[in-house]
Design a protein around this ligand. Structure first.
Ligand SMILES: Cc1ncc(COP(=O)(O)O)c(C=O)c1O
Length: 385
């Protein structure tokens, strides 16, 4: 199974990084559930010594995702947060980082409560406004950490312009691409130096694994991440690697349906009299709709909308039947959540208010169910509001 350099996205998703198993010809990469590898003689082995350092299932996944994102090397970790933690080790005390101001709450918590203990400093800036990013740059700035679209209010950062700005200041651009998925946007093509994912979301896609990945292009980053993945040891297990590898085979198919359902639900909610503002980059009313059309392939399955009050949100969340009330996103089944008390509870109230995460805000991760069933469910739930 040799991929040509012209292989298209869905073909890369299905095949990259995987060869039939050399010992049996099994078409699917086996789960190499082993802690160590027997050596033929002293210093003579097959490239595998100890499973924290090398595992064939994890290696296949890392090569697969590196190819999907258009990077040179991938590193799989035990969670999305472990992946972001590994990116943090590229910094040295005294360094400064600029971060999208409504970044995932867990990322804010890691930066604000853990990494600040190591003399690192962070500025939280609306990265959709690159003039503000430029003003926040200091001689100590080493990293620009961007999420686009942001969770949950869907602000878009122009990746090409962000990469140009970062590189003018000798700063790395890191993109958390979890929310969009590489089907929708490939930040490395726009100049990003590092891409990270919670594979827990769209890459695995089936809500049955927690994991993370970093994709790198720079040789110095690849060398350091290879070292640190082994040194810290927060690796993805062989079984989880197998699950995510199975997930990426259908990434293109799933994302087409997430895109279609996301857009249909956003349009449905916009037209509903009980719904206030709808945040979705695919709506012409979205302030960055034109940029989203240029930068993204479809607009994804994530939608947020305002019901005006905590009480209204509580009634809707209590009335849905098909949408499951749960944190997380990117699985084949539709989820609904309340950012202020769930995913963004660790963000201080005044920061939440500044970003637009009101008490009436509800977020949907549109799954791949029949769109009419999703609309029926929301129709009956909105009747209860
Ligand atoms: C955008 C984003 N990045 C990172 C993470 C962290 O990933 P994990 O939960 O796999 O640690 C999440 C989790 O929700 C996320 O939404």
């Amino acid at each position: 199974m040799k991929l040509t350099s012209r292989a298209r996205f869905s073909t890369v998703c299905l095949h990259a990084g995987q060869e039939p198993d050399p010992s049996t010809g099994a078409i699917i990469t086996p789960i190499y559930q082993t802690s160590t590898y027997v050596q033929e003689a002293l210093g003579k082995h097959k490239g595998f010594e100890y499973a924290r350092t090398q595992n064939p299932t994890r290696m296949a996944l890392e090569r697969n995702i590196a190819a999907i994102e258009g990077g040179k090397a991938g590193f799989a970790f035990a969670s999305g947060m472990a992946a972001i933690g590994a990116i943090g080790t590229l910094l040295k005390s005294g360094d400064h980082v600029i971060v999208s101001d409504n970044t995932y709450g867990g990322t804010f918590r890691l930066f604000d409560k853990v990494l600040t203990r190591y003399q690192l400093s962070f500025s939280y800036i609306d990265t959709s406004k690159l003039d503000e990013v430029e003003r926040a740059m200091t001689p100590a700035t080493r990293m620009l950490f961007v999420e686009t679209p942001t969770n949950p209010v869907m602000r878009i950062t122009d990746l090409r312009a962000a990469a140009d700005l970062a590189h003018r200041h000798d700063v790395r651009l890191v993109v958390d691409n979890t929310f969009a998925s590489p089907y929708i946007q490939r930040p490395i093509e726009h100049g990003a130096d590092l891409v990270t994912h919670s594979t827990t979301k769209y890459l695995n896609g089936h809500s049955d694994s927690v994991g993370g990945v970093v994709v790198a292009v720079r040789d110095d980053d690849i060398e350091w991440l290879t070292f640190v993945q082994n040194a810290e040891g927060a690796i993805l297990s062989p079984f989880d690697s197998f699950l995510v590898l199975r997930g990426t085979k259908t990434l293109a198919l799933r994302m087409q349906q997430h895109n279609a359902n996301g857009l249909a639900l956003a349009e449905f909610l916009s037209a509903h009299p009980k719904v206030g503002h709808v945040y979705y980059p695919g709506l012409p009313a979205h302030p960055q709709h034109e940029l989203a059309k240029r930068q993204m392939r479809g607009f994804g399955g994530m939608i947020a909308f305002d019901l005006g009050s905590l009480e209204a949100a509580r009634r809707l969340l209590g009335a849905v039947r098909l949408h499951a009330l749960a944190e997380s996103l990117g699985g084949v089944e539709s989820l609904i959540s309340h950012p202020a008390t769930m995913t963004h509870a660790s963000v201080p109230a005044e920061r939440r208010a500044a970003i637009g995460i009101t008490e009436g805000l509800v977020r949907i991760s549109a799954g791949v169910e029949d769109i009419e069933d999703l609309k029926d469910d929301l129709t009956q739930a909105l009747d209860a509001v």
